[in-house]
Ligand binder design. Sequence first.
Ligand SMILES: Nc1ncnc2c1ncn2[C@@H]1O[C@H](COP(=O)(O)OP(=O)(O)OP(=O)(O)O)[C@@H](O)[C@H]1O
Ligand SMILES: [Mg+2]
Length: 489
Amino acid sequence: MTTFQSLGISSPIMKSLEKMGFEEATPIQEQTIPLGLEGKDVIGQAQTGTGKTAAFGIPMIEKIDQSQKKIQGLVVAPTRELAIQVSEELHRLAKFKSVRTLPIYGGQQMDRQIRGLKDGPHIVVATPGRLLDHIRRKTINIKNVHTAVLDEADEMLNMGFIDDIRDILKAIPEDRQTLLFSATMPKEIRNIAATLMKSPAEVRVKTKEMTVSNIDQFFVEVNERQKFDTLTNLLDIHSPELAIIFGRTKKRVDEVTEGLQARGFSSEGIHGDLTQGKRMSVLNKFKNGRIEILVATDVAARGLDISGVTHVYNFDVPQDPESYVHRIGRTGRAGKGGQAISFITPREIPHLHLIEKVTKSKMKRMQVPSSDEARRGQQQLTMDKLNQTIENENTQDYRETAAELLEQHDSVTVVAAALKLMTKERRQAPVTLTSVQPVSVKGGKDKGKRNNYRGDNKRHFSRKGKPSGGNRKFQNKRGSNKSNNNNKG
Ligand SMILES: Nc1ncnc2c1ncn2[C@@H]1O[C@H](COP(=O)(O)OP(=O)(O)OP(=O)(O)O)[C@@H](O)[C@H]1O
Ligand SMILES: [Mg+2]
């Protein structure tokens, strides 16, 4: 066990850590905080939910001179929601040091951001597009930045933002410290990343698997047309506290959300076509438990830290193994348990094996649930409530009526009627979704897929809006990047 104290952390930050309930440093924190404090460049890789934010946040905050009203730390993150979240975590960590952090992202009014920037934050957490906007308009001064962090670095580089990131880093003095963090870092991306840094130390928290062991991983083999009924049956059986369902496209997310609502589930969708205000309000409702199910594109796959997510469903299997790692990593965070269930159509079985191979983890087969099991699942919830009432509540006032009922009917009939009354029966609304193409590893038109994953740099790194070559998978990827730009502004 490594205490934060032994890492040489100052007392204001120690105080924050105590308030946040952090008792000991996680392995990535233990290994990177000293390097960060020494001013070394670091490529840090550790599993999802293991505290990478504080791993770069603590040394960054330690090095801020709060008497200087200048931006000294800069974090770049791929999505708006993540920029906000990281900014909040840094704010909590810096609570007793009066270090001010400001998130800057697309979809928010420019003049408001400019006012915020004029107020003199010490740390800015930004999405790449909006940050470049400010740099080009000269509405941000990052000449005094001494620490720059790329959170989810592989994703930003993979999205074709390498030139944008270079432009951003060019605007910062060269003697800066640069830190790169992610749960995944394919070799070719790491090589590119290293070109942005000065002889970086590579810290990889060694584990056999890329995924955390506290997530139980399953797959269900289903036909495309069975997916939706299977999903609602599973939701009835699992009755998750909070669940995230990942769909491949925005349209898919909309359709699944509508279908779930039609069947009486409390759910909303999030993707890049929604206004920033809507995205925030959906996410906040989910965080507060006012909706139980969040249906999302990959915009919610990276970095989001929402406590209480017990289940992740890959309604559509993700395109590449990295994406799988990040999606399922929305559960099982900070040592908690979780379940991940991936829907695989028969033609996608080879893709399942590829994911298992790359992530070095195994998904257990889960049988397709029957509607009978789903019904039992719903009734189980009622039974639990009933048992709780029997154990914890005084039911004295109801006994006379109960006895009266039992004179009229046999006991099973009475209890069955009470169960029926209490059980929230699903509306059996018919739901038909527009089919999506299966993902495949090899053969025919999807052939480029694997090559792309394996790391044809040209495909990974060409700039947005400049598709290179006729690779179909690549164009799909670009297609989704167009939406990513919306998403990730
Ligand atoms: N030392 C610690 N002790 C207890 N909780 C911690 C500690 N460090 C971080 N946490 C908490 O663990 C959760 C996950 O942390 P964080 O979001 O930084 O993970 P991550 O490694 O960045 O994951 P991802 O790869 O998904 O981005 C957060 O709620 C954070 O506050
Ligand atoms: Mg993170």
